[in-house]
Design a protein around this ligand. Structure first.
Ligand SMILES: Nc1ncnc2c1ncn2[C@@H]1O[C@H](COP(=O)(O)OP(=O)(O)OP(=O)(O)O)[C@@H](O)[C@H]1O
Length: 524
């Protein structure tokens, strides 16, 4: 690995050429059956360095960091910690060395409080009261405020991540591994996280950082290791690259630009009429008088800080919860507010939830079985009996794999064995493949690489331009501006009127996010 000197930011540190790496992986190999996920991978992380691990979906990044965290064992290769060979047999051993990890999929118990969750990772005998106090102090100091007594079930995704980070910090790590930490955060939360990471790095803690958001990698990372198809293909200083050159290093080709011509919106297809839904949970968000009409041919995006009613809105749109009145939700003119998810699917709607594992796909089922699950009640070619069903579902898997370049080791694997981004591509692709008249999708490109994000965004645009009404719920403003014809903002359960995207700026959206939506009231 070449010694490089960082050019980014005031706090940039030169990359030591002679110093001992904090962590070094040498020639690591990891196979899953016939699929090689890491093929002779080497990596050096220096103390106090923010080190990006980049690569397209399925490149092998998560596999490598799971090995470094002791959650997986390599088939070959060596790991050195502060220059000494170590064998990291379990996450507990990794933590004992000083390696912490914040996962992409959270591992918190919803029925426990923040303090109780963190206590599980602390030495036996830690008093809950003292721990609550420490949590409050550390979380405040590092700009990640938390209420130790709050139940995890009531926290937003961004807050849950804070719990994971604070739990990690309390173990005094020298290296923190983060797998796509900003994909669940608002722009403001992400900025705050960057301040926290810079501070940790200035205190000597190294960060190994997986992200598909290349702009942020350029802004905060001192060094990047790039993987492609299980191998390391480049080492670079991201501050010296552009987003385009980084994307090319990852994907090995130019990333296609999303094409969008102006649509000619037609009739109303999805209509919400003064939809109010009281929260089911003590700390949940109630939807208040939400009105919106999404027309044929257009994409409407709902922006907002996580935890402002997005998941409640998705649940009532998809039929997971019932609307108080049937006609509060109309699909192509038909009142469906009291209908379940299958009836809404039969009415031509498709839904892609935010959580892909568990909600979007059942982890232990094969992809074809997951296709059957979402289509058995819709009468769309997945016949109701035996072989036909399995064969037709297999064909859907094949089509979606081709259209969305889903990378997988075997033709029909269990959902859980796909890399995060590939599963997302599959779940979005499975629904787009139905050519729905109405598509509601939450966080469509969460965790997918630049190339795949372009494919998914293009598919949504093409679907809309073909006459569908597409509603995108997203926290990613870049994505919203790339795809949306109109933008509405959700704030504490209120939805602002959907406004022509060309007339919206980040500033206006920011103001609406901060509570302005309540003042402007619901409207289409
Ligand atoms: N438990 C498993 N069983 C079988 N194959 C697996 C397993 N875990 C990962 N793989 C495979 O290993 C390869 C690398 O996956 P990995 O999750 O490491 O990729 P990644 O670079 O982190 O991708 P992403 O950006 O999409 O999260 C993929 O082909 C994946 O399908």
């Amino acid at each position: 690995m070449d010694a490089t000197t960082s050019t980014n930011g005031a706090g940039a540190r030169p990359r030591a050429s002679g110093g001992t790496p904090l962590l070094e992986a040498r020639h690591v190999v990891k196979r899953f059956g016939s699929n090689t996920a890491n093929d002779d991978v080497s990596l050096k992380v220096m103390p106090g360095e923010i080190h990006a691990l980049l690569g397209e979906n399925g490149a092998g990044k998560s596999t490598l960091v799971k090995i470094l965290y002791g959650a997986l064992q390599p088939n070959a290769g060596e790991i050195l910690w502060k220059g000494r060979p170590v064998s990291i047999a379990s996450p507990a051993e990794a933590r004992a060395l000083g390696i912490g990890m914040v996962f992409q999929h959270f591992s918190l118990f919803e029925a426990l409080t923040v303090a109780e969750n963190i206590a599980l990772a602390m030495p036996k005998g830690t008093r809950l009261k003292d721990l609550a106090h420490t949590i409050e102090t550390v979380s405040r100091d590092y700009g990640l405020p938390l209420d130790p007594g709050a139940y995890v079930a009531d926290l937003s995704v961004g807050e849950r991540q804070r719990v994971e980070i604070v739990r990690c910090l309390l173990q005094d790590p020298e290296l923190i591994i983060m797998d796509e930490p900003t994909s669940v955060l608002t722009p403001q939360e992400a900025d705050q996280l960057f301040v926290t990471l810079k501070r940790l790095a200035s205190e000597g803690c190294a960060i190994l950082y997986i992200s598909h958001r290349l702009e942020e990698v350029r802004a905060i990372c001192d060094h990047a290791t790039v993987m492609r198809r299980a191998r390391v293909v480049a080492e670079t200083d991201p501050g010296r690259e552009t987003v385009g050159t980084l994307a090319r290093l990852m994907v090995g080709a130019e990333v296609a630009e999303v094409r969008r011509d102006k649509g000619l919106p037609g009739r109303d297809r999805l209509v919400l009429d003064r939809l109010s839904v009281p929260s089911r949970e003590a700390f949940g968000v109630s939807l208040k008088d939400v009105s919106l009409a999404v027309r044929a041919g257009e994409i409407v995006a709902i922006a907002g800080v996580a935890g402002n009613g997005q998941s409640e809105l998705f649940d009532v749109l998809s039929g997971e919860t019932s609307a108080p009145r049937d006609d509060m939700i109309r699909l192509d003119g038909a009142a469906v507010g009291h209908h379940g998810v299958n009836a809404r699917r039969r009415a031509g709607a498709a839904f892609v939830p935010e959580e892909r594992l568990g909600h979007g796909a059942v982890p232990g089922l094969r992809l074809s079985e997951n296709v059957v699950l979402t289509r058995h009640g819709t009468g769309e070619g997945i016949a109701s009996r035996g072989f036909t069903r399995v064969r037709a579902a297999g064909k859907v898997v094949e089509d979606v794999t081709g259209m969305f370049d889903v990378r997988k080791g075997v033709p029909d694997p269990e959902a859980r064995s796909l890399s995060g981004g590939n599963l997302q591509k599959f779940v979005v692709g499975r629904e787009v493949h139905r050519s729905p008249g109405i598509l509601v999708v939450a966080q469509p490109t969460w965790g997918v690489d630049a190339g795949a994000a372009a494919v998914i965004r293009q598919a949504m645009i093409d679907l809309a331009r073909g006459g569908a009404a597409v509603l995108v719920i997203s926290q990613d403003l870049d994505e919203i501006f790339e795809v949306a014809d109109r933008i509405a903002v959700i704030s504490r359960g209120h939805l602002s009127p959907a406004t022509d995207a060309a007339a919206m700026t980040r500033e206006t959206i920011g103001l609406l996010m901060a509570g302005g939506a309540e003042k402007t009231g619901g409207g289409a």
